[in-house]
Write a protein of this length. Structure first.
Length: 80
């Protein structure tokens, strides 16, 4: 009688351990990872466009600064 009880307890423990291991790997390894590639490309293009716009603004400011410096230089040469 004790070997039947011993076998039942060992079997139940083995089943519980296997179940816990299965749940652990199911939760950690099989999670759905979906990425919206269309949205990813849209964000990348938006970042590129924003970068180009900033560079254009900086080059405009730089050109305006150079124009002002050249105007001042020419005025100083004409007055001298």
């Amino acid at each position: 009688m004790s070997w039947i009880l011993h076998t039942i307890i060992v079997s139940a423990l083995i089943i519980m351990i296997i179940h816990c291991i299965y749940e652990y790997f199911k939760g950690g390894m099989a999670c759905e990872q979906t990425t919206d590639l269309a949205d990813l490309k849209t964000r990348q293009y938006k970042a590129i466009i924003e970068k180009m716009a900033k560079e254009k603004d900086l080059s405009k400011e730089s050109a305006e600064d150079m124009d002002a410096e050249l105007t001042e230089y020419m005025k100083s040469k004409i007055e001298a």
